[in-house]
Design a protein around this ligand. Structure first.
Ligand code: NAD
Length: 268
């Protein structure tokens, strides 16, 4: 087995790995020497991605497992597949998630529960299943995909904001509880990223303009740019990082919201 690459010899599980940020993680991790277990609801895309990665590597470096992250047994089976297929687990990426709009009155209780299930409870199921396997490997890394929507709030995203904020603080508690076992746990907090999740709004010109006006880098992020952050957090390069919430958002939340005073004054 090749040990080359920033994840050489390591085995990673990626939930929500068939599309978007998770698929970019699977591609990059495999390029960097990892063997990956891709978990997702979307069988066709997940199988196609695993086949693509295996063909590119010329050996079996990827398997797809159909798993619903809201079902604890599915998540356990997904994590077990890392051991069955590749003999160990070193990296767990709890990445699957869904968006959800609605304020506290508009959201019905079932919608709220579903978002909390997919975006928060799944992260607990993933950590609960992965930590014993990471222990057996002598330690490892967990990367939870949260969001800048877990740091500040959005208008009309009550359940999503609650879930993502909880993922960030849950990440910290996992970091505290398992540091002594050489298990690191960090959260990736993307800003606005062009993925299938956000493709619906990419055609809404006033929204795209407002977003680009607010983002200092003036553009959405790419899934590959999120995968690079996840790669760093998953790799031994981040050996002294645990409990962090790493923001990758083109500078969107760097501002405290005050106007651009020098620009306004220079135009007077
Ligand atoms: N795209 C963004 O702008 C953005 C911003 C901040 C955070 N995020 C977060 O990044 C993560 C990935 O988002 P994305 O933009 O790549 O989304 P995406 O919709 O493009 O991909 C998400 C993947 O998760 C899978 N998935 C959804 N529900 C699942 C379930 N119950 N079980 C298993 N798989 C399931 C989907 O099938 C899909 O393949 C999510 O946690 C999301 O909240 C995205």
């Amino acid at each position: 087995m090749s040990e080359a690459g920033r994840l050489g010899g390591k085995v990673a599980v990626i939930t929500g790995g068939a599309l978007g940020i998770g698929a970019a993680m699977a591609r990059l991790f495999a390029q960097e020497g990892a063997r990956v277990v891709i978990g997702d609801l979307r069988e066709e895309e997940g199988q196609a991605l695993a086949a693509e990665l295996n063909a590119a590597a010329g050996r079996r470096v990827a398997v797809f497992v159909r798993a619903d992250v809201t079902v604890p047994g599915d998540v356990e089976a997904l994590v077990a597949q890392a051991g069955n297929a590749f003999g160990r687990l070193d990296v767990m990426c709890n990445n699957a998630g869904i968006g959800s709009m609605g304020d506290s009155v508009a959201l019905d209780i079932e919608q709220w529960r579903h978002v909390i299930d997919v975006d928060l409870n799944s992260v607990f199921y993933g950590c609960k299943a992965a930590i014993p396997a990471l222990r057996r490997a002598g330690g490892g890394a967990i990367v939870n995909t949260a969001s800048i929507s877990g740091i500040g709030a959005d208008h009309g995203f009550a359940a999503y904001n609650a879930a993502k904020a909880a993922v960030i603080n849950y990440t910290r508690t996992v970091a505290l509880d398992h540091a002594h076992e050489n298990i690191r746990c960090n959260a990736l907090c993307p800003g606005w990223i062009a993925t299938p999740l956000t493709s619906g709004i990419m055609g809404i010109e006033p929204l795209v303009k407002a977003w680009c006006d607010a983002i200092p880098m003036r553009r959405p992020g790419r899934p590959e740019e999120m995968a690079q952050v996840a790669l760093f957090l998953a790799s031994d390069e981040a050996s002294y990082m645990t409990g962090s919430a790493v923001v990758a958002d083109g500078g969107l939340i760097a501002s405290n919201g005050q106007p651009n005073i020098p620009v306004i004054l220079s135009g007077m």
